[in-house]
Design a protein around this ligand. Structure first.
Ligand SMILES: Cc1ncc(COP(=O)(O)O)c(C=O)c1O
Length: 458
């Protein structure tokens, strides 16, 4: 994708990229004197100068110190307002503090925050999850990472198989067993893992997305408990499924006695029932975290009737003792209150229609800019989730997505967009439309992108 020829990245000269990064970095600092004084040298007391290391992954000279966020706007302590298309990398996909969720939190705030017992909101949530996503039985956890870990445990328990299968370029949270990659066709532990001494490829197979023959070959030995998949790879550059791929995935997993776990944490951008409902997927296990409680940490994982019945049988016969699943603060009344409000009042068809409409406009606007400046880039979209990729497309798998990454170029663009009032996700060029996002905000993003593209292509 990107030429190894060291002179250009994504069709842009390295010199021009470096120049843009430098001038935009200076503009960023100048607009934030108070922030620079407070966090220019890191936040006191925190390792690496930040409370969570991902906060150092933003390409800005120092993290944006947030004063408040409302709807799809973030305001920093210097009074700069940003149109927020990152939305907490999906945690706030329905906008910051959606009013029904804020009301539910206020209502619950004086009634206890955690008691390891259900509240009446929980009575509503089980049926809401059943109706919306189609799976019969549900559990609540606090992060999508945990929900995936627990669902994978169930899969291994009931199949009696040790192995799982993932797609190259995947991310399902910090789930140890999924941290594998294909490098030159060879499975290895994901580069950069801290403190991981196990050979994870012993229990995880990894193949490329959209490769039916590789899937068939990997499942043939009937030793894979579960395939864990995002319906669209969203954690490298965005890779859409080929026509017929999901049908093949479902057919081949069934034939091999392998369960299928669909992780909708990002693809919930597709519609109120996720990609699963829109495209009629039939997962055995289902995971959704991040925005499910409107920004309050919570996740859900669901089991089909058959999986649940096999798991109940398994539990009847397994030796007594701790299952290795569950965390103390999970399924607390604050989560119930926020999740119920999100499901009933925020994740509505009406809101999704609006999000989809604006996402189409964004897709077309960005594509128009790319065409105007004849950049070798493209735009990919799954519902309200849009991404521009600084390489030609479409991409078909994780290896291609990896090759399409252009970190230096992307970093310069990100800072330049911030200086034009727009925040996009730090890891790649992801932009989310929330129900609170306005047409004017989308127009501003397209204009800002056009102005940055003009500078790069000049
Ligand atoms: C598809 C998918 N699943 C799971 C996760 C993990 O979410 P969390 O970090 O909230 O546990 C992520 C995080 O980016 C994700 O993209």
């Amino acid at each position: 994708m990107h030429s190894d020829n060291s002179k250009t990245i994504g069709g842009i000269s390295r010199d021009r990229i470096a120049q843009l990064r430098e001038t935009e970095g200076a503009v960023f600092r100048k607009a934030r004197p108070k922030s620079q004084a407070k966090v220019g040298n890191g936040l006191p007391g925190f390792f690496g100068g930040v409370p969570m290391h991902w906060m150092n992954d933003w390409p800005t000279p120092f993290p944006i110190l947030v004063d408040s966020a409302r709807g799809a706007t973030i305001t920093d302590i210097d009074g700069n307002k940003l149109d927020d298309f990152c939305l907490g990398d999906t945690g706030s996909m329905f906008g910051h503090s959606p009013p029904p969720v804020a009301r539910a939190i206020r209502r619950q705030a004086g009634r206890g925050l955690t008691y390891m017992l259900p509240s009446e909101d929980a009575l509503a949530i089980g049926p809401l999850l059943q109706q919306r996503f189609g799976l019969r039985f549900w559990q609540i956890a606090t992060t999508a990472t945990d929900a995936n870990r627990f669902a994978l445990r169930v899969a291994r328990a009931i199949t009696g198989r040790e192995k799982i299968l993932v797609f190259n370029g995947c991310y399902h949270g910090s789930v140890d067993e999924t941290m594998v990659r294909l490098i030159d066709g060879k499975p290895i532990n994901r580069p950069g893992l801290a403190g991981e001494f196990r050979d994870l490829t012993r229990t995880a197979k990894v193949i490329e997305f959209n490769d039916v023959a590789a899937l068939e070959a990997a499942l043939k030995a009937r030793d894979v408990a579960c395939v864990i998949a995002e319906p669209v790879l969203t954690n490298s550059c965005m890779v859409l499924a080929d026509a017929g791929y999901h049908e093949a995935l479902r057919k081949l997993t069934r034939e091999a006695g392998t369960l299928l776990l669909i992780d909708e944490t990002h693809t919930i951008s597709t519609g109120p029932g996720g990609y699963t409902r829109k495209y009629g997927l039939e997962p055995d296990l289902f995971v959704l975290g991040k925005p499910i409680a409107g920004g309050v940490p919570a996740s859900v994982w669901g089991m089909s009737e058959e999986v649940a019945s096999r798991y109940a049988d398994y539990n009847r016969t397994k030796e007594p003792g701790y299952s290795g699943m569950g965390t103390t603060l999970s399924a607390n009344p604050l989560q119930f209150a926020a999740m119920r409000a999100t499901l009933e009042e925020v994740m509505t068809q009406e809101n999704y229609d609006r999000m989809d409409h604006l996402a189409r406009r964004l897709d077309a606007g960005l594509t128009g800019v790319i065409d105007r400046y004849r950049l070798p880039w493209h735009v990919s979209r799954v519902g309200a989730r849009v991404e521009f990729i600084c390489a030609p497309g479409p991409l078909r798998n994780g290896a291609e997505a990896e090759g399409a990454h252009a970190p230096e170029l992307e970093a310069a663009i990100h800072v330049a967009l911030v200086n034009r009032g727009v925040l996009i996700a730090p890891f790649h060029n992801m932009m989310l439309i929330s129900p609170a996002t306005s047409g004017a905000q989308v127009n501003r993003l397209i204009t800002a992108f056009g102005s940055v593209a003009a500078k790069l292509a000049a």
